[in-house]
Design a protein around this ligand. Structure first.
Ligand SMILES: *Cc1c(COP(=O)(O)O)cnc(C)c1O
Length: 430
């Protein structure tokens, strides 16, 4: 395909015309006049979320305490209902998933349950590109055992933002008790073969936790069949649940009997919770790892967003369009931005099965200034130090034309030097 074909409005208009998910854009509040490419950071608000939230606030107003049992549906089982809806997107059984807490808290709760340093097997393995909050949680869990994270939290080394198969395989040693891997690396967008690493880790006597925050709602999983031991993910990224909404956790059925060291009363069997006994009778499902009362107002939006994904046909059509969007983005960046004068290169793996839902461009020393210039022109992307710009088109609400426009605006910014005035500014949230 020639360059003019790929970048022409005719070419891209045809892609949009043939897109079966195109009608779904209308189900979201899309920021007027912007190109929103941050579905991996904060997904847009589904229009149906407003009705869900208003229903619950109305129930609070009218029913007060009775909302727990007589809300429609009752609040008491909201976490389980959301888990049930979420489960098929992750290849999990309904009882293996619960909506609860937040990602970092859930990672703490499950690491506390699954990390049991013994004998010479005392270490947690994670990757050197880990999301800082995950690394902080794992450091804290190591310290709770009286161990030093400098020695007992091992980091898989990376090569220019990529975790190689050799590096992962070499670090899964007999000293590792638990490995926590990202399903998709939040920086580069690299997707790991969780099935393969789970099998290898299990063969070597290592338990496996997966952070699916940058993968849930955009990449298919088979958490149950892959025999992943536990997983966590947020609700506000590709799942569009809203800022700070409930997160999710997965515990494989074969571990339902394990204890929940960070116990709380919402982990009780439902029928026992209000006996007020001081002996916890833990649910023998993922629900057993709940700690506190679920934030009903903050979680009910997920009901609307999960229903929207369901209406779109579930995870397969989303993944299919997402791969086409990111593939197109990568092709455009290669053709338009790879010349020396732009100093931009694609970091994200090119093989479809090796990438998640976003594309990362290495942008050199001007990365932050370029990201800000893009934002000032209505192209909403983010920047991850030291030099990555991330673009995350959502298959639910982004078009091929928008991805084309974003790359053209980026090119034009560098051509004209429009980013230069931003060089001295450093915002608090990037
Ligand atoms: C977004 C994200 C988080 C966020 O954690 P919160 O507890 O929701 O603030 C944690 N880990 C990863 C890998 C993420 O992508």
């Amino acid at each position: 395909m020639s360059e003019t074909d790929l970048t022409s409005t005719g070419f891209v208009a045809a892609l949009d015309r043939d897109d079966p998910l195109a009608p779904f854009r209308d189900r979201f509040f899309y920021p007027e006049g912007k190109i929103y490419l941050l579905g991996n950071s904060l997904g847009l608000m589904p229009k149906a979320a407003r009705a869900s939230i208003e229903r619950v606030t109305g129930e609070w107003e009218q029913l007060a305490i009775d909302g727990w049992m007589h809300g429609n549906p009752p609040w008491f089982w909201l976490a389980e209902r959301l888990g049930e809806r979420m489960a098929p997107l992750m290849g999990a059984e309904a009882e293996e998933v619960i909506a609860t807490g937040t990602t970092t808290v859930n990672l703490h709760a499950l690491t506390a349950a699954f990390y049991e340093p013994k004998g010479r097997r005392t270490k947690i393995l994670t990757d050197s590109l880990a999301f800082p909050s995950d690394a902080f949680a794992l450091q804290g869990q190591v310290r709770l055992h009286g161990l030093d994270p400098a020695e007992h939290l091992v980091l898989i080394p990376n090569q220019l933002e990529i975790l190689t198969d050799e590096a992962i395989a070499a670090t899964l040693t007999g000293e590792v008790a638990l490995v926590v891997l990202p399903a998709v690396v939040y920086r580069s967008g690299q997707r790991l073969d969780i099935q393969k690493w789970t099998r290898l880790a299990h063969n070597r006597g290592i338990l496996v936790g997966v952070d699916c925050s940058h993968a849930a709602g955009i990449v298919p999983h088979r958490l149950h069949d892959w025999e992943v031991d536990f997983a966590v993910w947020c609700g506000y990224k590709y799942l569009n649940g809203g800022p700070g909404c409930s997160a999710f956790l997965f515990v494989h059925r074969r571990h339902f009997h394990r204890t929940a060291p960070l116990a709380g009363w919402f982990g009780s069997k439902k029928e026992k919770q209000f006996t007020m006994s001081l002996d916890l009778d833990k649910q023998e499902t993922a629900g057993g790892w709940q700690i506190s009362s679920p934030g009903i107002i903050g979680s009910v939006s997920l009901e609307a967003s999960l229903a929207t994904i369901q209406a779109a046909g579930g995870i397969s059509p989303l993944r299919e369009k997402s791969l086409r969007l990111t593939g197109y983005l990568i092709d455009l960046a290669d053709r338009l931005l790879s010349a020396n004068r732009y100093g931009i290169s694609v970091v994200t793996p090119r093989q479809p099965e090796r990438r998640g839902g976003h594309v990362a461009l290495r942008c050199g020393a001007d990365g932050l200034a370029i990201a800000q210039a893009l934002k000032s022109r209505g192209v909403i992307v983010d920047f991850r130090a030291p030099d990555l710009i991330r673009l995350a088109p959502s298959p639910l609400y982004n078009t091929f034309s928008e991805t084309r426009k974003a790359v053209l605006v980026l090119k034009e910014i560098i051509d004209s030097g429009a980013h230069e005035p931003f060089r001295s500014q450093r915002p608090l949230v990037t």
